[in-house]
Ligand binder design. Structure first.
Ligand SMILES: [Zn+2]
Length: 287
């Protein structure tokens, strides 16, 4: 009987968690408004309530390459305009670090228009994350109060190591590393120890678990993945889909199968994102 009550409680907690709104921090809207409508329809078909969506204009056929400063500006303005019309859209801009001063100027320009997040992707944009221009870019973003979202799928060797070093060198910048290192997620358990080193690590790293969560759920690695999320800090973990490559429905389905508590799931579903990005829902949710 006791176990029946416990399992009923577990099912209830799961249901409550499954109905909580989701903030999807990692969405590529290739065709602006049209893509947003398709994305929202897809989310609705999965019976999910959207708390917000971190939207990027680049990815897939659109890439922000070195020297394409005019294209980058038009793209950034496009997603800013989309966010102005849709309250749930958190605009994510980009620059190319090798554009030097032009990249820094573009960050200043979009920050003045309210952009809080910039995404950089070493593999698709073609830069080395250990280059001094990347450090200058992320430090400037930090002084503007922007969060830097960077790809961390471990496509390139040394990906996680370089990103860790970058975050250590830019302690005043807050980072989100997308995909939490792919199947090299084990690397990031080092953060539990980095916190114990005096005046070394500013605890400025967050993660989105997009894509990787699909492989981890119900896998032989699931217990280790959950252990990793707790070591990096449940408060530092965000949910993302990487739409259109992966839908939010598939992502949440995998996420809900992880052996996390309902409190932990609520934080990851939307509370951490609201706090990190300073969204109004953070305040209202606490009351
Ligand atoms: Zn992506």
């Amino acid at each position: 009987m006791r176990s029946l009550i416990l399992s009923f409680a577990a099912v209830f907690a799961q249901t409550a968690s499954a109905q909580a709104p989701v903030f999807d921090v990692h969405v590529h809207l290739r065709e602006g408004e049209t893509s947003l409508r398709a994305y929202e329809a897809d989310v609705a078909s999965a019976k999910l309530e959207l708390a917000g969506v971190g939207a990027m204009w680049f990815g897939g056929p659109h890439q922000a390459r070195q020297g394409d400063t005019a294209t980058i500006r038009v793209g950034n303005d496009g997603v800013i305009a989309l966010a102005a019309k849709h309250a749930k859209v958190l605009p994510i801009a980009t620059v190319h670090p090798y554009d030097g001063q032009a990249a820094l100027d573009e960050l200043t320009r979009v920050a003045a228009k309210g952009v809080k997040v910039v995404k950089l992707h070493a593999h698709t944009q073609g830069f080395d994350a250990s280059d001094a221009r990347v450090l200058a870019t992320v430090k400037h973003a930090g002084t503007l109060g922007m969060v830097v979202l960077m790809d961390n799928a471990n496509i390139l060797p040394g990906d996680s190591e370089r990103l860790f070093n970058l975050a250590v060198q830019a302690p005043k910048t807050r980072f989100v590393f997308a995909h939490i290192g792919g199947l090299n997620f084990r690397f990031w358990n080092i953060l539990a120890l980095a916190r114990t080193a005096e005046a070394f690590f500013a605890d400025n790293i967050h993660f989105d678990i997009s894509a990787t969560v699909l492989l981890a759920a119900d896998s032989p690695l699931e217990a280790e993945f959950v252990w990793t999320l707790r070591n990096v800090g449940i408060d530092r973990v965000l949910l993302g889909s990487d739409y259109p490559q992966i839908t939010l429905g598939r992502t949440v389905d995998a996420f809900e199968r992880l052996d996390l508590t309902s409190e932990e799931k609520a934080k990851i579903r939307s509370e951490n994102a609201a706090r990190l990005f300073g969204l109004p829902m953070a305040a209202s949710r606490r009351n």
